[in-house]
Design a protein around this ligand. Structure first.
Ligand code: MN
Length: 200
């Protein structure tokens, strides 16, 4: 089988970028997720879910919403190593993805299709759900909680996904954490403070 991180590795020069070169899953009961705020050529939010030893990844230009009526575009990007979930820092300007990376939210998740729902539906693994383009997860993050869906539309090079809050008790159309909770859950720093920290 092809190494799922070949794409990630081939885009980067690890002599120049502080990003992790690899790293395996840490043992734990639940898979992890992370959302990294990335101030590259365009500010965006990178959503990553642990699936089979890698981080499946999407770039979400507007970031996540807690309002089920707000469906956010999520462009698929290359699988990242699990260790990437702990990366916060600055990628040099000339390197792939050059710019500041913040750990905006993090936590664990539950695959909502992992168990048969009692209505005749078969359990679906995360890898199958990713392949089908129909992922539903329960996030247990510091900023985001509750059910979220990732639904693929289009095919091949036109594939894009929509990322949105499902209707449950954690949905809240009045919250807007992208604007009201802008800083790192790992260090409390703003993007500017992370960038300045690297220059000191
Ligand atoms: Mn990015």
């Amino acid at each position: 089988m092809q190494n799922p991180l070949n794409d990630y590795t081939s885009k980067r020069d690890f002599a120049k970028t502080p990003e992790p070169e690899g790293g395996k899953s840490s043992p734990g009961d639940k898979p992890i997720f992370v959302i990294q705020k990335h101030d590259a050529s365009n500010l965006h939010y990178d959503l990553r879910l642990e699936v089979n030893g890698v981080l499946k990844s999407w770039a979400v230009p507007k970031g996540p919403s807690t309002d089920p009526d707000e469906k956010r575009l999520a462009m698929p990007t290359e699988d990242h190593p699990i260790a990437y979930a702990r990366f916060e820092g600055v990628i040099p300007e000339d390197e792939y993805g050059g710019g500041t990376v913040m750990i905006w939210d993090r936590g664990t998740y539950i695959n909502l299709k992992a168990d048969s729902n009692g209505e005749g539906e078969e359990p679906v693994s995360m890898e199958e759900a990713w392949g089908n383009g129909k992922i539903t997860v329960w996030l247990e993050g510091e900023k985001l909680q509750g059910g979220y869906a990732l639904i693929r539309t289009g095919k091949g090079n036109d594939a894009r996904w929509l990322f949105f809050k499902m209707k449950d008790e954690k949905a809240d159309a009045r919250r807007n954490p992208v604007s009201t909770e802008p800083d790192s859950v790992a260090s409390g720093r703003s993007l500017e403070e992370i960038a300045e920290g690297e220059r000191d």
